[in-house]
Design a protein around this ligand. Structure first.
Ligand SMILES: *Cc1c(COP(=O)(O)O)cnc(C)c1O
Length: 389
């Protein structure tokens, strides 16, 4: 029965029946005409979610990490300099990937719990003379700390420094859950994946790529074969794929886009805000603290929550899983043992979120946390009652 329980990890997220059914298809010939008819509209409709009319959508059979790799190896050359701030596990892993590709990575170290430091980016870019930094890499939603960064502010910083670097944004755990405006923010590559806001199985990296990034491809010499943008775009132009496409995911993505548009993107974002706020009310009623340093950084897709001094967050998440059959996110990297995470993105309702809050409260009570049973659930209930449509 435990597989009836929702997961409260920030990806992979709960897959609604409608999308499981959409992915439940027999193998089909991707060279047959009906594949062309399916795939082209999917690529076109993805643009609305990325907020781009000028960019191209490029997908690969990969998890989000593959999307990072594709962004780098299509646009940069060995020894190229990139600027990136480290404020959590995902920005850390993107740095590692760049270093392994032989890029020169200029790192701004930030405390975990802070967001992208637009001011520091501006200072570094102004001091970059001659201008050798090729790209600024930003993690939009740092899933390890529950911090959402202001990408428009990074764009303003780059513009005010008069710097021509490209901007690459990891929006794996934010796209299709919180607003994303690729064109307005001047994002050159936005990297996402199928298993978070799109509510699908893992296995498709989905990228928005600007004209400027496509132009950079002409001179970029990092090796790429599987992740070659040009091969993919050339094949996609006739409805094809350079190799065997992940058909089930493509059919799933088609249906996912329909679900998102039926609800309305604005309503999807409002739902994520409301559910996240219910979780935050619970955290505050428990007397616990979020990792995010300040309210404007609070993520509407995941909350990272410090356990009280002297408690081990890994024991808490293990206990919730073994006794109640419910998964919560563990603390990653520096947060390991100190914080747990509640993923609140994708296919979720008030009722589902309340079940997760009730479960983690039971687990905390079992482990003698100084938290009153029912206090967080009650705070979220009050908020949901007041704000229900
Ligand atoms: C999930 C996630 C990724 C991608 O991880 P994969 O496991 O490779 O799909 C990248 N960045 C962020 C911020 C994420 O949350």
């Amino acid at each position: 029965m435990a597989d009836q329980n929702p997961v409260f990890i920030p990806g992979p997220t709960n897959i609604p029946d409608r999308l499981r059914n959409a992915m439940h298809i027999q193998s089909r010939d991707h060279r047959a005409p009906d594949f062309v008819e399916t795939f082209a509209p999917v690529l076109r409709d993805c643009k609305k979610v990325f907020g781009t009319e000028n960019g191209e959508i490029i997908t690969f059979p990969a998890s989000g990490t593959g999307g990072w790799e594709a962004a780098i190896c299509n646009t940069l050359s060995p020894g190229d300099k990139v600027l990136i701030a480290r404020y959590g596990m995902f920005s850390h892993r993107w740095i590692d990937l760049c270093e392994r590709h032989g890029l020169e990575v200029q790192i701004i170290e930030c405390s975990w719990g802070s967001g992208a430091p637009a001011d520091q980016f501006e200072d570094v870019l102004k001091a970059d003379n001659p201008q050798t930094i090729k790209a600024v890499l930003v993690t939009h939603n740092e899933t390890a700390t529950g911090v959402l960064s202001d990408i428009a502010a990074v764009r303003r910083a780059m513009d005010s420094a008069g710097h021509p670097a490209m901007m690459f944004v990891d929006c794996v755990s934010s796209l299709a859950s919180v607003p994303f405006e690729m064109d307005n923010w001047g994002v050159d590559i936005a990297v996402s994946g199928s298993q978070k806001g799109f509510m699908l199985a893992t296995g498709m990296a989905i990228l928005g790529v600007s004209k400027k990034a496509l132009a950079a491809m002409e001179t970029a010499t990092l090796p790429r074969t599987f992740f070659d943008f040009r091969d993919m775009m050339t094949a996609n132009a006739t409805g094809g794929f350079p190799y065997t496409p992940p058909l089930q995911l493509i059919y799933g993505l088609k249906e996912s886009l329909s679900m998102l548009f039926e609800e309305g993107l604005e309503q999807v974002y409002a739902r994520h805000h409301r559910l996240a706020e219910g979780v935050r009310r619970a955290v505050s009623a428990w007397g616990l603290k979020l990792c995010a340093n300040s309210p404007e950084l609070y993520s509407n897709t995941v909350s990272a929550i410090y356990v009280p001094e002297g408690f081990d967050s890994n024991r808490l998440t293990e206990h919730a899983f073994s006794k109640y059959g419910v998964s919560f996110g563990i603390g990653l990297g520096e947060m390991n043992g100190k914080a747990f995470r509640i993923g609140h993105l994708g296919s979720l309702t008030d009722v589902m979120v309340l079940s997760g809050l009730a479960t983690i409260e039971m687990a905390m009570a079992d482990l003698d946390y100084p938290v009153a049973l029912g206090s967080g659930v009650r705070a979220a209930q009050e908020y949901f009652r007041q704000t229900a449509a």
